[in-house]
Design a protein around this ligand. Structure first.
Ligand SMILES: Cc1cc2nc3c(=O)[nH]c(=O)nc-3n(C[C@H](O)[C@H](O)[C@H](O)COP(=O)(O)OP(=O)(O)OC[C@H]3O[C@@H](n4cnc5c(N)ncnc54)[C@H](O)[C@@H]3O)c2cc1C
Length: 591
């Protein structure tokens, strides 16, 4: 049985209020969990609101009201064993604890696919497993970047009737262009992408739709809950997660120990499968509404070259979505050498290229966001199975770099993990069947074929392009060797004294914008008084290492200016963490 441990301080109040719960609903009085009773002992659906909920008595089965359809889940799959009902009043260390057969962290494509597949298997085989998804965004899709070129392969397998069921997948890719940019010119190149049969979608719309499908099958989704700690039993098996301390004041002393990758380190999952380190890139994105005359529905454009220097791996994308919207963004690999580089400012600069400016002029920005991508690919996939659970989706690193796509692989990994956990719970099989089925699946084949593309760019832009063209058109992944990634990203950063500062142009407020303006357009916000979720492992590193040696690089790599050097009363520079700005892109200081 997996356990979801909630803080003492009325954790459900915030998401419910955000979701617009009628004020007439009153929490019961057990001392903290703010669950509401449901006549059936199961979570009532909006349609079941005919009988008003009554306050539950301590210890009786309760359900959480779920007033909005469309909820959550993704970063890893915790699973295994036990009862199916969750109870109020099981006080554990001052917290309320809810038990599920499977707890899924994150309502992204991977998590929702896992949840749906689990419940589908329950229906097919007459089993009953309780499945819950926790999502740190205030609602499902709130932390999902929207514009996406979507390969339907996994969805075809998961919900073959998605067209009839109104999936928000309506715009087929109509053209696919690829350019090399110099400062003023755009040189067309043969496109290495094959987007035949793919769609330009809003991924946040898709996850909201998937969440409603999951709920229809009986999955319980809790937006507004971040898994903040992993819970282990005495044998170091994962038995659940602890959610964030909502309502605890900023100066509260409770720990926030969840870290991306913690499970991988704790169980040596990389060493176990003899794989390389993960490599990352930062993606920064805006959604614009542009003139109708310039909009080409379904058109897909990628560029390489300017504004990035030749040693920095990255490129841009521009997808024409429905309703005159375009999703435009820049991806920069985080093993760049020059600590003065600012991905945010490179992106702002990019929009002033004559080729791009023409398209955006007269348009309006609707959204801003940023997120890291895992670029390690096949060489960097850890063993995704640990005692008590499994890692799915981009947390395990299933993104296909040459395609710049990870949604379909994330979904498939969620489905395979669901099948493995269903067998584990019902037939006593081990979760290792997840790894076995991954290896037999098309994910493995696809990522194996793509394995040499990213490391080839360690030799520079043009050698990388030449190699990738040969891979795409001639070898198709059949070369009898696997290139290795160079050193980990943080080791690639060079000292500031080897580089000159970069003078970025000031934003013009028309095509380019300062960070506060962009943050205003992002869909992430934090309570003014909520506990800071960004903590330094060693608070001396910024002043002793980052500032003197790397010219305070964190004040530039963060696309939300979370890290800022300010002068204290003694005139010394100090790192200030503006956690309320955080876009949850997951770029962190890695020294
Ligand atoms: C700029 C950019 C462009 C991209 N373009 C494409 C594209 O065109 N096509 C494509 O196929 N792929 C694309 N991708 C990749 C694609 O977005 C990912 O592969 C996909 O979203 C992975 O799904 P996931 O479910 O594994 O993770 P995510 O989509 O990242 O979902 C994770 C979810 O978990 C939640 N979460 C995280 N931690 C916690 C926690 N501790 N507690 C609770 N909830 C948590 C997050 O809020 C989020 O909702 C792009 C990525 C980027 C960054």
């Amino acid at each position: 049985m997996l356990r979801l441990r909630l803080p003492r301080s009325h954790p459900l109040r915030v998401p419910f209020l955000r979701a617009g719960v009628p004020a007439a609903l009153t929490p019961h009085d057990c001392g903290g969990c703010h669950a509401w009773s449901s006549p059936a002992g199961r979570p009532p659906r909006p349609a079941a609101w005919d009988s008003p909920p009554r306050p539950a008595r301590h210890g009786e089965p309760v359900g959480f009201l779920d007033p909005l359809r469309g909820r959550l889940w993704s970063r890893g799959l915790g699973c295994l064993a036990g009862g199916s009902r969750f109870f109020c009043g099981e006080a554990t260390g001052g917290r309320e604890s809810l038990s599920y057969d499977v707890v899924i962290v994150g309502a992204g494509p991977a998590g929702l696919s896992a949840a749906i597949r689990l419940k589908q298997m329950c229906r097919e085989q007459g089993a009953d497993l309780s499945v819950c998804v926790v999502e740190k965004g205030a609602e499902v899709g709130a932390h999902t970047l929207s514009g996406n070129v979507f390969e339907t392969r996994s969805l075809d397998e998961l919900i073959p009737q998605w067209r009839q069921e109104g999936a928000p997948i309506e715009v087929p890719v109509s053209s696919d262009k690829f350019y090399f940019l110099t400062r003023n010119r755009a040189v067309p190149l043969p496109s290495p992408f094959d987007n035949t049969g793919n769609y330009v979608i809003s991924l946040s719309e898709l996850v909201r739709w998937m969440a409603s499908k999951a709920e229809d099958l009986g999955v319980e989704i809790y937006p507004g809950f971040a898994a903040s700690e992993i819970l282990y039993d005495e044998n170091q098996k994962v038995v659940g997660i602890r959610t964030n301390d909502m309502g605890v004041a900023k100066d509260g002393s409770r720990r926030e120990t969840f870290q991306h990758g913690q499970i991988i380190r704790k169980f040596n999952l990389r060493e176990k499968s003899l794989v390389q380190h993960q490599t990352y890139a930062l993606g920064i994105k805006e959604v614009w509404e542009i003139d109708n005359a310039k909009h080409e529905l379904g058109s897909v454009l990628h560029t390489i070259g300017w504004p990035l220097d030749r040693k920095t791996y990255g490129g841009t994308f521009l997808y024409h979505m429905k309703d005159r919207m375009v999703s435009i963004g820049l991806v920069v690999a985080l093993n760049y050498h020059n600590p003065f580089l600012s991905p945010y400012d490179e992106f702002q600069k990019f929009k002033h290229h004559p080729f791009i400016r023409r398209l955006l002029e007269g348009g309006t920005v609707l959204q801003y966001g940023a997120r890291t991508l895992n670029e390690g690919g096949f060489q960097s996939i850890p063993n995704p199975v640990f005692p008590g659970g499994a890692i799915i989706g981009c947390a395990a690193g299933f993104l296909n770099v040459p395609k710049i796509k990870g949604t379909h692989t994330a979904m498939k990994s969620g489905m395979l993990a669901a099948e493995a956990s269903f067998k584990a719970l019902n037939e006593g099989a081990g979760m290792e069947t997840y790894l076995d089925s991954l290896k037999k699946s098309w994910i493995w084949e696809e990522l194996y074929q793509a394995r040499n593309y990213r490391p080839a760019f360690e030799y520079g832009l043009f050698p990388g392009l030449a190699f990738s063209a040969l891979e795409s058109y001639v070898f198709k992944g059949r070369l009898p060797f696997t290139l290795k990634h160079d050193k980990p990203d943080h080791e690639a950063t060079e000292m500031a004294n080897l580089h000159k500062p970069i003078n970025y142009p000031k934003p013009d407020g028309v095509l380019s914008f300062d960070v506060p303006t962009s943050l205003y357009r992002s869909n992430t916000n934090h309570e003014h008084d909520q506990p800071i979720h960004l903590r330094l492992k060693d608070p001396t590193i910024p002043e002793l290492v980052n500032l003197p040696k790397f010219a305070g690089l964190e004040s530039r790599y963060c696309p939300a200016r979370v890290y800022e050097y300010v002068t204290d009363e003694k005139g010394d520079a100090k790192l200030q963490i503006n956690a309320q700005n955080c876009l949850h892109c997951k770029v962190i200081i890695g020294f």
